[in-house]
Ligand binder design. Structure first.
Ligand code: SF4
Length: 429
């Protein structure tokens, strides 16, 4: 098969992997004439540890797979065109795109061929060849296979900037039902191994940076060579949303455990997309995209806003704990805890300011900076670029008081955030 065709198949197959973000824009469509579409598969965008947005060649090594995960288009029983790259082909493609300035790195995943070890050896082979044979300094994100030999996982971390292992589904029961060949304990064990390697390498490098040796009197201070980094971008994972019966409570609690247990950099949530010839165990329609969006917002609250999982998980019976689609999770929390508001912008601690709907981390830091010199006034709030309708009922400061608006029984209805898709003119043809 021609390289071009393989690329088309294996870049398209990789689009189901959400473990790196994409920022394609529907406004530029190369298919309708012109060049420059950023929506097609093949190149995605991700963020480096220092916050830079980079373009990655996002492909599968192969979409052949010996497993039969029911939610996956690449499962062995799926009737789709298949293709497979050789290690050298992926290396050449990456270098070629890199030299043409199209990409700054590689995101490589794969279906499982022959065995987990064989597949992982191929993935590591690509990263090894790029780093050692070609001196490739770009970003590499490798999707790793949890039941592969720990030695291979350990070697992968020496070449990759980031490693990820998919947790796949939020609950053990969901995984057993939809991906019976996968094992939740094995996945978590592999995550634990990566976590230990990452933590050890980080500690060793910090020690080496601090250490200095004086070799001779009056000689220059020399430092020992720093130990090799291990996946300096950390590890991430992906969870499929809406393929099994897990509710948002299950998803948030599982994410919280992954963040605290394995210090993951990111949990990516991927709304399940219905696939052809799916089994009856799977839903016929995709969950609303806004559900995925709400989960990312909840995730953000846990990582940057000091919320605990149990504060975000909606009350209710197991299976029914769904985040509000009408209000973002912070607003939903504030509406359910009105007794903690209004928050005085001049006296509240940072932790409480971060809980005010509409205030992000940057806005809070701005307010704190101004507050060191003088009292905050209503004019200061107006200068913040934040949604005022969300903010004003929950704060007070010099010149502004929300009065009795928090007691308004219609407040929740007034603050509904519609997230339906924009209306589109119906086509006549
Ligand atoms: S192992 Fe991965 S590629 Fe293979 S069927 Fe399962 S999810 Fe799909």
């Amino acid at each position: 098969m021609e390289l071009q065709n393989k690329l088309a198949i294996l870049a398209d197959a990789a689009k189901y992997d959400a473990s790196c973000s994409s920022s394609g824009s529907a406004r530029r469509d190369a298919a309708r004439g012109g060049i420059g579409s950023t929506e097609g598969m093949g190149i995605c965008h991700s963020y480096t540890p220092d916050g830079r947005c980079i373009s990655l060649l996002k492909i599968l090594l192969t979409n052949f797979c010996i497993y039969d995960c029911k939610y996956c288009i690449n499962r062995v029983s799926s009737n789709i065109p298949r293709a497979r790259f050789a290690v050298a082909e992926v290396v050449d493609l990456t270098l070629d795109f890199y030299r043409r300035n199209c990409i700054e790195g590689l995101f490589l995943s794969s279906g499982i061929i022959r065995s987990s070890n064989y597949t992982m050896e191929q993935l590591v082979g690509v990263a090894r060849s790029l780093r050692l044979d070609h001196g490739f300094k770009g970003y590499i994100h490798l999707k790793t296979i949890p039941d592969a030999d720990p030695q291979l996982l350990a070697e992968a971390g020496l070449y990759a900037d980031r490693l990820s292992i998919n947790i796949e589904l939020p609950t053990v029961q969901g995984l057993a039902q939809l991906a019976p060949e996968k094992n939740s304990a094995t996945i978590q064990q592999a995550m634990g191994q990566l976590h230990d390697h990452i933590a050890t390498a980080k500690a060793e490098r910090q020690d080496a940076r601090k250490a200095s040796v004086i070799s001779m009197p009056r000689s220059r201070r020399t430092r020992p060579t720093a130990p090799q980094a291990f996946a300096p971008g950390g590890q991430s994972t992906q969870m499929i949303v809406g393929a099994d019966g897990a509710d948002d409570g299950d998803i948030i609690v599982t994410s919280a455990k992954l963040y605290t247990g394995f210090r993951l950099r990111r949990v990516y949530y991927s709304a399940f997309s219905p696939i052809p010839d799916a089994t009856a165990d799977l839903p016929l329609i995709a969950p609303p995209l806004v559900r995925e969006h709400r989960l990312y917002q909840a995730d953000w609250l846990m990582r940057f806003y000091g919320f605990e999982a149990h504060e975000i998980v909606p009350a209710g019976a197991q299976g029914k704990r769904m985040l509000s689609l009408e209000h973002d999770p912070k607003l939903a929390w504030a509406l359910a805890h009105r007794e903690r508001f209004p928050v005085n912008l001049n006296t509240a601690p940072r932790e409480m300011l971060l809980r005010v709907p509409g205030l992000g981390v940057r806005s809070v830091d701005k307010l704190l900076a101004v507050r060191r010199w003088r009292q905050l006034r209503s004019a200061d709030i107006e200068q913040l670029r934040v949604p005022m309708d969300k903010l004003l009922p929950f704060v007070e400061c010099q010149g502004w008081s929300p009065g009795r608006s928090l007691d308004d029984p219609l407040l929740a209805a007034k603050l509904v955030q519609p997230m339906a898709p924009r209306p589109v003119q119906a086509s006549l043809f």
